[in-house]
Unconditional design. Structure first.
Length: 112
């Protein structure tokens, strides 16, 4: 599964403060609106609104997929950790048994 970028390496928006970004879109809107009729403004406004909804839907889906991938990776890591712990516990038990066996042999040698 593909991981989507949360932050681009370069972006025009990195150089703009939030107020400047707002001002840029305001000037763009007013500038374009001067040459359009009311009907053209409605069509353009509706189209831009739909485009914005598409952008938000794509961004939401990407966040969902990134979160799902992260959760899957965490689950796999947790499962591997559990397996490792179980393996270590098993090895520890084997070593304890070997120690007990060796202690018994040492005690038997001492008694002889």
């Amino acid at each position: 599964m593909e991981v989507f970028k949360l932050v681009p390496e370069e972006s025009v928006f990195f150089d703009l403060a939030p107020d400047e970004t707002t001002l840029l879109f305001y000037i763009l809107g007013v500038g374009v609106a001067q040459s359009l009729t009311i009907d053209e403004l409605r069509v353009l406004g509706g189209g831009l609104f739909i485009t914005g909804e598409v952008f938000l839907t794509i961004a939401s889906q990407r966040v969902l997929l990134n979160d799902a991938l992260e959760a899957q990776q965490e689950h796999e890591t947790t499962e591997k950790s559990k397996q490792s712990i179980e393996e270590l516990q098993s090895q520890n038990k084997k070593l304890e048994n070997q120690i007990q066996y060796l202690q018994q042999q040492v005690e038997q040698l001492i008694k002889k």
